[in-house]
Design a protein around this ligand. Structure first.
Ligand SMILES: [Zn+2]
Length: 212
């Protein structure tokens, strides 16, 4: 009897030692929603103006240098080695319908195609100087103003993302000096040659996600 009782005590002690309370069970961490890595830091130029996209002090941090609108993925800063000078939105009682970028150190840098596309406008404008517009399909267009010289990309030319379109300049009415004014627009382009481009709706690329 004594041995049986001893065994019973021992086995119950062993059981309780092996049992763990629910809260003590080591948990394997469940994979949560993945935080996208920030790999694109765009610095603000000296004296930025207008409505700036949400920024972290002196820079804009995003997962990447891309944004996606209507299934088209494009570069939001299509000027190499540049900083953000002015954002999209109200500026001096007017709507600034594009984004201004400046070469770091106020240098002229290459302006590149934001995405694959076709040249639909390449002309001189008194306001935008040497001006070129690309059609990226899906009703997405980008326009690049104040280029130093007329782009050598003729109307109908196919371009690929990152392909140089010309050098940043200050042609036309570039009150801020050397900079790229780039526009992102959507809609159906009719009569590109007769200003139909400006009937397209301008949008802020910083409002769109990085990925499609
Ligand atoms: Zn501008």
């Amino acid at each position: 009897m004594r041995i049986k009782a001893l065994l019973l005590i021992l086995s119950s002690a062993w059981l309780s030692a092996c049992q763990t309370m629910p809260g003590q069970v080591p948990q394997t961490p469940k994979p949560g929603p993945k935080t996208p890595p920030v790999s694109f830091d765009l610095s603000l130029c000296n004296g930025p103006s207008g409505t700036l996209p949400a920024n972290n002090g002196s820079k804009v941090s995003r997962e990447s240098a891309l944004a996606c609108t209507q299934g088209v993925q494009y570069l939001i800063a299509p000027a190499l080695n540049s900083c953000l000078l002015s954002g999209f939105g109200p500026r001096s009682n007017r709507l600034h319908g594009g984004i201004d970028y400046q070469g770091k150190g106020r240098t002229a840098v290459p302006v590149v195609a934001a995405a694959n596309g076709i040249v639909v406008i390449n002309k001189w404008r008194t306001d935008l100087g040497h001006w070129i517009v690309l059609d990226h399909g899906n009703g997405i267009y980008t326009g690049y103003g104040h280029l130093k010289n007329a782009s050598d990309k003729q109307i109908g030319t196919k371009v690929t993302m990152n392909e140089p379109l010309g050098m940043m300049g200050a042609t036309g009415n570039a009150a801020d000096g050397l900079h790229l004014h780039v526009e992102f627009r959507k809609g159906v382009l009719r009569q590109a040659a007769h200003g139909g481009y400006f009937n397209l709706k301008a949008f802020d690329p910083y409002d769109y996600p990085e990925r499609c």
